[in-house]
Design a protein around this ligand. Structure first.
Ligand SMILES: C[S@@+](CC[C@H](N)C(=O)[O-])C[C@H]1O[C@@H](n2cnc3c(N)ncnc32)[C@H](O)[C@@H]1O
Length: 248
């Protein structure tokens, strides 16, 4: 199975419960931060990459001239179509839009499944000079927790190919010709049972994730403020919101 097939399988199984599959997916503060960092203006065109069920795209509906969603999964985008002006079924590594046609691009929790240099080159290509891109992705805090964080992320979703630490995405953006202008931290306290109860992990896979939390290093437990209760585990996850601009 190639990576696109893995992602399609994972998100087919997860699509029905996606909007309840963690706290961060519908967190109004996180969505509000993405919206304000984008500084969308009436008359502009917004592209939401890996739009999924459209939770990010719907924040922009009516606030821009056109909101375009792009994703590979018909299962995920079924409910998103009501929240965008146009839906494109395509991988983000080959965006079927003209060069220099988009004012602003957003992408929350999508780049981890992509061929990163190809996806970012496409973002840089479709943006107008001076256009903005806002990315929001889960990160390890740093070298102390990266091994456990990346192991847990891989167990939760086998389609994930990119694992981020602070600085990684910024470097990739700069290499793609985009200038990083803002970087905002967002912490999300998550119930692990909710986070792994999304319908795409089998019971033994969920148990392997709980085991990985129990066996994680003291540094991981401290940074993530891991709390184990009788029937759940809580993890404070780090999301980084990065705004970049296409050099004018
Ligand atoms: C975790 S969901 C994020 C959905 C939405 N952005 C949000 O924040 O709620 C990841 C989405 O990425 C899509 N996806 C995975 N690989 C992709 C690719 N190469 N190109 C476009 N979309 C992709 C999946 O189908 C899925 O809908």
């Amino acid at each position: 199975m190639d990576n696109k097939e893995k992602a399609l399988k994972h998100f087919k199984e997860r699509s029905r419960s996606y909007d309840r599959s963690s706290r961060w997916v519908s967190d109004a503060e996180l969505l509000g931060n993405i919206f304000s960092l984008t500084e969308i203006a009436e008359g502009e065109t917004l592209l939401d990459l890996a739009t999924g069920t459209g939770l990010v795209a719907r924040c922009f509906r009516g606030k821009a001239k056109e909101v375009i969603g792009l994703d590979i999964s018909t299962d995920m985008t079924r409910s998103a179509s009501a929240h965008v002006d146009r839906m494109i079924l395509s991988p983000m590594e080959a965006i079927p839009l003209d060069s220099g046609s988009i004012d602003a691009c957003v992408c929350r929790q999508g780049l981890q499944f992509s061929n990163l240099p190809k996806a970012l080159a496409e973002v840089a290509r479709v943006l107008k000079p001076g256009g903005r891109a806002v990315f929001c992705h889960l990160n390890a805090y740093g070298p102390e927790d990266r091994a456990d964080a990346f192991k847990i992320q891989a167990l939760r979703n086998p389609a994930r190919v990119n694992f981020f630490m602070p600085g990684d995405l910024e470097a990739a953006l700069e290499a793609s010709g985009l200038s990083v202008t803002r970087n905002v931290r967002h912490l999300s306290r998550e119930s692990v049972n909710t986070w792994i109860g999304h319908g795409a992990n089998r019971p033994e896979e969920r148990e392997a994730i709980r085991d990985a939390y129990r066996a994680s290093s003291p540094e991981f437990k401290r940074l993530h403020r891991v709390e184990t209760t009788e029937d759940d585990i809580f993890d404070t996850m780090l999301f980084l919101l990065i705004r970049a601009e296409k050099k004018g």
